[in-house]
Design a protein. Structure first.
Length: 129
């Protein structure tokens, strides 16, 4: 599933001559995994009342974002390191060379894998205690 996401974004950005399709594809996988963890955490919070996010550092939203920014950068960099050039080429070469990236089926699968868990997580977050 994550290899499909990586391949989709890699080939899409390679097609339009992006400066680093490996970077954007690895960060897309990182965002996808974050959305999945977000959904699981909100489902657990909904059924048990245990809040994984805890209390905010301060009442100021901007200050909280500044506190979380280093963690987000390290999280993204982990995926960039994980999907090194050798691993990226191994994933991309699994698919045929004439593989069509932009098809209705592929776009629907990407939306299903990436966006639906986010929407489900938001619904559980809104209805939790």
């Amino acid at each position: 599933m994550y290899n499909f996401i990586f391949n989709f974004f890699y080939r899409y950005h390679k097609r339009f001559r992006d400066f680093s399709p490996r970077l954007t594809a690895s960060l897309a996988v990182g965002i996808t995994i974050f959305f999945h963890l977000f959904m699981i955490a909100n489902i657990v919070t909904f059924f048990t009342g245990i809040n994984f996010a805890g209390k905010p550092f301060s009442q100021d939203y901007f200050t909280n974002k500044l506190y979380w920014m280093p963690f987000a950068m390290v999280y993204g960099y982990i995926f960039v390191l994980y999907y090194n050039h050798k691993r990226a080429m191994k994933i991309v070469n699994k698919y045929p060379e004439d593989y069509k990236v932009i098809t209705f089926k592929n776009i629907l699968l990407v939306l299903l894998i990436m966006i639906v868990p986010l929407l489900i997580g938001i619904q559980f977050l809104n209805h939790s205690h």
